[in-house]
Design a protein around this ligand. Structure first.
Ligand SMILES: Nc1nc2c(ncn2[C@@H]2O[C@H](COP(=O)(O)OP(=O)(O)OP(=O)(O)O)[C@@H](O)[C@H]2O)c(=O)[nH]1
Ligand SMILES: [Mg+2]
Length: 292
C-alpha cells in the first residue's frame, strides 16, 4: 500500500517548530501508547537536540498495561522523563504537571537565585491525532484548544496560558517525510494518525484483522462470530461483514462498511486493550531531513 503522507503544510509546521524553539524551556512529546514506536517521530531527535524532552504515553487507557510499563522502562533507559496517562481523564494531571516542573527545575532555581520567577514555556509536539490538544485542555482545566477524532485538527501554533508562570504551546501534528517502514506505517493508519481518505480502507482493515488475530485472537473471535483463526486477510473482512449482516442490494457484501466498522471499533478500544508495537522493534525509517 502506497501512502501519500507528507502534505505540504507539514514542512511549514516543521519550520514553525524550529522558529519557536528559542522561546521554550522544554519539549513535551506525546506518543500513542498503542503504538509508541510508530508514533515517535524520528525527526524529533534532530529537531530538538539540546532541548529538555519529556515523553507522555497518551491513550494508555486503550493500550496493554504491561507493554506500557515496558515502554516506560525503555524511555527511562534512554534518559527521557516519561509518564503514561490518558488525557481524557484527570487521573494523571498532577503527575504530568510535576513531571514538567521537574524537567526544568534547575533553570527555575537558577533564576530564583537572581530574584526572578521564571515563566515556564513548553512546546507540546507529536504526530497527528495523539492527543496533544486534549492534553493541553486537561492541564488548563478547560477547552482552550480545538480537539477532534481525526488527524489534522490543529492547524497552527497556539499558546495556552495555564497560570501566569506556565504556558503550553499547541502545535499541528507532524510526521516525517519518508515512510519506509511498512509495519509502522500500517500501525499509524490503524490508530487514525493518517487520514483515511488517502488509503484503501478495505485493505487496511483486512490487514488490521490479520494482525489482531495474531495479538488477541480470543477477543476478535468473540466480537465477530463468523471469523476463523486461519482465514486470509480478505476473508477476515468478509467474515466481519457476514457477522454483522452488511449486505448491498443484490446480496454482495458491503466491504467498505465492514472496513470502516473494524477501524472505528479498534480505534474506540472496543475490540481489545492492546499495544501494536513491541518495545524491541527496530524501525527502518530513521532516514530524516537535516535540521533546517
Ligand atoms: N481514549 C482516549 N482518547 C483520547 C485520549 N487523548 C485524546 N483522545 C482522543 O483522541 C482524539 C484526538 O485528540 P486531539 O487532542 O485532537 O489530538 P491532537 O494530537 O491534538 O491531533 P491534531 O491536532 O489533529 O494533530 C480525540 O477524539 C480525543 O478525544 C486518551 O488519553 N484516551
Ligand atoms: Mg490538536
Amino acid at each position: 500500500m502506497q501512502i501519500q503522507w507528507y502534505p505540504g503544510h507539514m514542512a511549514k509546521a516543521r519550520r514553525m517548530l524550529i522558529d519557536n524553539l528559542k522561546l521554550i524551556d522544554a519539549v513535551v512529546e506525546i506518543v500513542d501508547a498503542r503504538a509508541p514506536v510508530a508514533t515517535r517521530n524520528p525527526d524529533f531527535d534532530a529537531l530538538f537536540t539540546g532541548k529538555k524532552r519529556i515523553v507522555l504515553l497518551n491513550k494508555s487507557d486503550l493500550a496493554d498495561p504491561e507493554t506500557t510499563k515496558k515502554f516506560l522502562r525503555l524511555y527511562a533507559e534512554m534518559g527521557f522523563r516519561a509518564l503514561a496517562m490518558a488525557a481524557t481523564s484527570s487521573q494523571k494531571k498532577g503527575a504530568a504537571i510535576a513531571l514538567l516542573q521537574e524537567a526544568v527545575q534547575e533553570e527555575v532555581a537558577r533564576m530564583e537565585q537572581k530574584g526572578v520567577k521564571k515563566t515556564l514555556r513548553f512546546m507540546v509536539v507529536g504526530i497527528p491525532n495523539v492527543g496533544k490538544s486534549t492534553f493541553i485542555n486537561r492541564i488548563a482545566g478547560s477547552n482552550r484548544a480545538q480537539v477532534g477524532d481525526k488527524p489534522g485538527v490543529t492547524k497552527g501554533k497556539q499558546w495556552v496560558k495555564i497560570t501566569p508562570y506556565l504556558e503550553l504551546m499547541d502545535t499541528p501534528g507532524l510526521l516525517w517525510p519518508k515512510l519506509s517502514d511498512p509495519l509502522l506505517a500500517r500501525h499509524l493508519a490503524y490508530i487514525g494518525s493518517i487520514k483515511d481518505d488517502i488509503m484503501d480502507v478495505e485493505e487496511l482493515a483486512a490487514q488490521l484483522l490479520q494482525e489482531l488475530m495474531g495479538l488477541c485472537p480470543d477477543a476478535l473471535l468473540a466480537r465477530y462470530k463468523k471469523l476463523e483463526r486461519e482465514m486470509e486477510p480478505a476473508a477476515l473482512l468478509e467474515g466481519v461483514c457476514r457477522s454483522r449482516g452488511f449486505l448491498l442490494p443484490g446480496g454482495l457484501l458491503d466491504m467498505e462498511r465492514g472496513a470502516r466498522i473494524v477501524l472505528d471499533e479498534f480505534r474506540g478500544g472496543k475490540i481489545a486493550r492492546l499495544t501494536l508495537d513491541r518495545p524491541d522493534y527496530e524501525r527502518q525509517d530513521t532516514d530524516v531531513p537535516a535540521k533546517s
